[in-house]
Ligand binder design. Structure first.
Ligand code: GLP
Length: 241
């Protein structure tokens, strides 16, 4: 892992956006893996600036998002689909037909999971994947568990994840209890990975990810086995290393 400790969230956003921009400039038809949460916002803002300045064009870029809640429609203001359009897709020149967010909508949600992995494979796989990390070490919505789940699947969210996401809803009861998420295998197949963690609340998870054993109880620890991972941290998130 290439670990970079940066001075603040804006410099992390610029550094991560530079890696995505370089990928797009090298391969204008590249496939991006994108994430939600508050952590990626400075990166998206920096990418929007690069797009506005004419330095990066998303014209032929395709993207796949990591995850989506089960049980709220795409049109819900807290769906990850809405989040991505509000914070990135509607603000750069990416084609709406070229973006995919998991859509758990069929009567058999497993069909949606299989179709999502097939779509990623058909696109040639993910060239560069953006990740945040949950307080319990989850990546996407892969929660701590006994074995690393391979492909896209449906998960029950843990109490701590529901609690962390309550800030976006009126109350904890409104937070969806299930999600559709890329699996650990889907993420590990990405050719390169950029993980960002900021704030003291992420310090324990960052320590377990980098210094701990590779263990599905800390899903992010699997990244120790990936050959091309860059981790951007602020001083607080890096404080226990
Ligand atoms: C959710 C998302 C994750 C994200 C995490 C942390 O659980 N599914 O992809 O990494 O939240 O979010 P934040 O960046 O807001 O701390």
């Amino acid at each position: 892992m290439n670990i970079q400790v940066c001075k603040d969230t804006n410099s992390i956003g610029k550094a991560a956006a530079t890696m995505f921009a370089a990928e797009i400039i090298n391969n204008p038809r590249c496939v991006l893996g994108l994430a939600t949460g508050s952590t990626p916002l400075p990166t998206y803002n920096a990418l929007i600036e690069l797009n506005d300045a004419g330095i990066v064009s998303f014209e032929t870029v395709r993207s796949f998002n990591l995850d989506e809640y089960v049980g709220i429609p795409r049109s819900h203001e807290q769906s990850y689909y809405s989040f991505m359009f509000e914070n990135l897709f509607s603000r750069v020149n990416i084609k709406p037909d070229n973006v995919q967010v998991p859509t758990p909508a069929s009567t058999d949600l497993n069909d949606d999971c299989v179709a999502y992995d097939a779509a990623i494979d058909a696109a040639g796989g993910i060239d560069i994947q953006l990740l945040g990390i949950g307080h319990n070490g989850h990546i996407a919505f892969n929660e701590p568990t006994e074995v690393f789940p391979f492909g896209t699947h449906i998960v029950d969210l843990t109490e701590s994840t529901i609690e962390a996401n309550t800030r976006f809803f009126d109350c904890a009861e409104d937070v969806p209890k299930k999600a559709m998420t890329m699996g650990i295998g889907s993420i590990m197949k990405a050719r390169s990975i950029v993980l960002i963690a900021t704030g003291a609340g992420k310090a324990e998870a960052v320590k377990a990810m980098i210094k701990g054993e590779v263990d599905p109880q800390c899903p992010a620890s699997v990244l120790q086995l990936h050959p091309n991972v860059t981790v951007f941290l602020d001083a607080e998130a890096a404080s226990l290393l």
